[in-house]
Design a protein around this ligand. Structure first.
Ligand SMILES: Cc1ncc(COP(=O)(O)O)c(C=O)c1O
Length: 363
């Protein structure tokens, strides 16, 4: 593979959204039975929705084109215009959905700061404002994220989520769980999906990341909530027709690609350990799933220069901050690619930005 402008890519670690459907998934898509999903008549979509609702222990599910839409629908259900959500300052809903909750739903937000995305229950519970009355904005919904993307794929402790859920329930505050990578949390921790999902009124999950489907997410919740979400999905212009073709990819992914996430986790870990051995750029305790965030603060590298040098050697990553680089493992990165990428990254760290070979094109 090459990028449009150039170097051959040996390992594309930009994101787990890059996965391409495998031939058997494409075959399942081609064979899918379909109908008009706006009328609830696509049998494959219905099967997918029933399957995911059951897996997550909720009454019903709704198929959406993106995880962002599933999150937006979840928050929309729980929060009236002018009320607020509270979330981690690095949460996808506040950092990477382009203000959608404010734009579409009039939702305001406040954030707590965590150590690398890891949930400390005290943070949301201290920030929560219940019964603000006519003066203060009231918290209508706490948004949790598991695993935490910009936090480097950390898994939220179930006990912490349960504690937040219990306090919120007692206070009449809703919980939405952004579970785009809940599959990864489940496979790495062994905690059942439904145990995590029980902590929230609505949960979004993505099929289009580590699970390898080309598109698709689901929102789960009560049957009544999903009826309402279906109306809002259509209102947002995302009522879809014969999308059993896409749901079939999702069903294939659930059958074949959940357990294999452990391979991505093992490869991420292997790379992290090799890099930690040569430079203080990784906290190995925080490498728990398929995301590796390198903190270059104690090296001479800036993130952008590091990412550019790695790309010249065929490894694509993402400069997440001035000194942070994110690398994500997925279905299309095998052992050989992991080995090659590790070697490239290791050499860059050992040689530093000033080295004559930092821009070499050979891995
Ligand atoms: C944690 C998290 N939530 C939600 C999303 C949104 O998914 P989508 O790109 O399908 O809108 C992402 C995408 O990367 C994500 O990482």
């Amino acid at each position: 593979m090459t990028t449009s402008s150039g170097p051959a890519i040996v390992a594309d670690l930009l994101s787990d959204t890059l996965t391409r459907p495998v031939p058997a998934m494409r075959a399942a898509m081609a064979a899918a039975e379909v109908g008009d999903d706006v009328f609830g008549e696509d049998p494959t979509v219905r099967r997918l929705e029933a399957r995911v609702a059951e897996l997550l222990g909720h009454e019903a599910a709704l198929f959406t084109p993106t995880g962002s839409l599933a999150n937006q629908l979840g928050m929309r259900l729980h929060v009236s215009p002018g009320e607020e959500i509270i979330a981690d300052s690095l949460a996808h809903v506040v950092r990477a959905e382009l203000g959608a909750a404010a734009v579409f739903s009039g939702i305001t937000s406040r954030t707590w700061v965590s150590r690398g995305g890891l949930l400390d229950p005290a943070a949301p519970l201290d920030l929560m404002a219940v019964g603000g009355g006519p003066y203060q904005v009231g918290t209508a919904c706490v948004v949790l994220e598991n695993t935490h993307n910009f936090g480097g794929g950390v898994i939220q402790p179930l006990a912490a989520m349960e504690q937040v859920a219990a306090v919120c329930r007692a206070a009449g505050v809703r919980v939405h769980l952004d579970g785009a990578r809940l599959w990864n949390a489940h496979v790495a921790s062994g905690v059942p999906l439904a145990a995590y999902a029980r902590c929230a009124d609505t949960v979004s999950v993505c099929l289009s990341k580590g699970l390898g489907a080309p598109i698709g997410s689901l929102l789960v919740g009560s049957a009544e909530a999903m009826r309402e979400a279906r109306v809002w999905r259509k209102r947002y212009g995302a009522g879809m027709r014969q999308v059993g073709i896409l749901a079939a990819a999702g069903l294939y992914a659930l059958d074949h690609h959940i357990e294999r996430l452990a391979e991505d986790h093992a490869r991420t870990r292997r790379c992290a350990e090799a890099l930690a051995a040569v430079a203080p750029v990784v906290d190995l305790d925080r490498v728990q799933t398929n995301i590796l965030v390198l903190d270059l603060s104690d090296t001479d590298w800036q993130a952008t220069a590091f990412v550019e040098a790695a790309l010249r050697r065929g490894v694509r990553g993402y400069a997440m901050g001035a000194r942070q680089v994110r690398l994500v493992w997925h279905l299309d990165v095998d052992d050989a690619a992991t080995h090659a990428a590790t070697e490239v990254l290791r050499r860059l760290l050992v040689e530093g930005p000033g080295s004559a070979t930092a821009g070499a094109t050979e891995p």
